[in-house]
Design a protein around this ligand. Sequence first.
Ligand code: UD1
Length: 314
Amino acid sequence: MAQYLVTGGAGFIGSHLTEELVRRGERVRVVDSLITGKRQNLAHIPNVEFIEGDLADPAVAQRAVAGVDYVLHQAAIPSVPRSVQDPMTSHTANVNAALNVLIAARDAGVKRVVYAGSSSAYGNAPTLPKVETMPAAPLSPYALQKFVAEEYCRLFTQLYGLETVTTRYFNVFGPRQDPSSPYSGVISLFISALVEGRAPTIYGDGEHTRDFTYVANVVDGVLRACHAPKASGEVINVATAGRISLNDLFRTIKNLTDARVEPIYAEPRAGDVKDSQADISKAERLLGYRPIVNLQEGLKKTVEWFRTSQVTVA
Ligand code: UD1
């Protein structure tokens, strides 16, 4: 039994990682500022040690990593538009906190840090699918911040021998994704609107595409990245390798929910990437990763969750 720290463990992806680790019989500590995470996300998971605190404070990071074998660094303010509105708050959460975690992990002798990177690092480079060898071209403060922390991970492996792996996520969705802010992930916004009979908004013409990834795939990829012998120092896409337009996504969710509304089209969003799709051959090679839940199945599970839980939308 190893000791894990899940930063941002009360958030959407962090709570799924925590749940799976507990299911596997591991010891889990969560640190979360509860700025975007919620205690409620962990309420059904037994035996989780919880620290409320902000990792932008080095003392919180030191306390959180004490006695830990593996750190899954998921804490972030995960929003492109929010970072465009308020780059400094995002920077503090996405870069300063990550650096504090790396320093604390190095000093505490942590075995490996797995960092939640973002596909936004690829920007609008026209080549699809996105391969890890492509240069980063961030289009928003969020994308740049997530990339800077990736580079810190790589550097900490090179300079200090701290094992790190960056898993680059591609538009993750699933149960417990919070739809309550205009900055929320699009699938949570579409499903919560359609389940309640409201019209969702599509920014732009709806022909931009994304590699939407059901959260169980990410959990599998991250836990593999934690232990794969050849993954240290690497950046690895974790996704499904498919892509769907926002218009087709809307139609699919409309069918699944039997909704009768049509979307409202609005101006394109600043900092938005046009197309995103992952090459996952590196994850297959280094992690033995294959997506386990496809888009259609994942959407069904997510719609079911939104129907059966009391999700409140502001
Ligand atoms: C980006 C990153 C992703 C990261 C996420 C955090 C890329 C390719 N992906 O996601 O890795 O985790 O930021 O925020 O950069 N949209 C609508 N209507 C809505 C909301 C969104 O049409 O109500 C559109 C957006 O304009 C965008 C797409 O849906 O084109 C997805 O948006 P969103 O879910 O916010 O994620 P990304 O910005 O793609």
